[in-house]
Design a binder for this molecule. Sequence first.
Ligand code: NDP
Ligand code: 8X3
Length: 248
Amino acid sequence: MIAVVTGASSGIGWATAEALAKAGMDLIICGRRKERLDTLARQLSAMVNVLPVVFDVRDAEAVQSALGNLPADWQAVDVVINNAGNAHGRDPIQSGSLEDWEAMIDINVKGLLYVSRVLLPGMVERGSGHIVNIGSLAGKEVYPNGNVYCASKHAVDAITQGMRIDLNGTGVRVTAINPGLAETEFSRVRFKGDEAEAAKVYEGYRPLQPEDVAEVIAFAVTRPAHVNIADLLLLPTDQATSTIVDKG
Ligand code: NDP
Ligand code: 8X3
């Protein structure tokens, strides 16, 4: 089997690539940071075949050119993990940055669509495939100053449901995995490199680790073809909602 993992250069995507390699899948690992992808490829190539592909998911032409012209042996993609994404900023709506809003909508929503649009026709033609969209608890509820990030993940939720409806009868499965707080580079990106602010997000309780999410993704994509894990919410035990986290 061949799996595409977007955002494989860090966090949940990196751990997912590791988990899928352990499950024996050949991997197309994607991201903008080539050096990281090369490091991961070196690490995993002892287990499976790995093809690192560098592109920015915001660039529709780059996505088409990278994933639409894969080497012949890599074209029959079985699994797509639409994971690339981030929050940018945590401002109230009235003072939010247009640049941050555009980044979140372009990466989390449009990027996921661009990747899916390139790879879905082949899956439909082959009568099998699996799209896994990484949503979030932020796609199920809205929290203070989460505004546009939450909107982008609500959009992922709607797109996942729409995909499942439109692809019904094609043999292509569509899964949403929605994590709560997971300790990755996510908060460093959100707070634009402010390490102290980012560290606070994970202090005082036990957040999910990327491997916790990756294990669930690997479980979902290794079910028999007639079983689809449609929508899964995965929280740290200490988290009840976006705003209720037991910090002791
Ligand atoms: P990280 O910041 O650790 O990883 C984000 C990944 O997305 C990186 O590999 C990054 O690669 C990639 N990415 C970001 N922007 C782009 C872009 N423009 N083009 C291509 N790739 C891009 O965060 P996480 O691992 O936590 O995030 C992964 C997913 O999980 C996201 O969709 C996030 O919304 C979701 N999520 C995270 C939660 C958390 O608490 N951490 C909880 C719920 C959902 P590169 O920079 O090399 O391009
Ligand atoms: C990421 C988790 O709580 O920062 O989706 O929105 S949160």
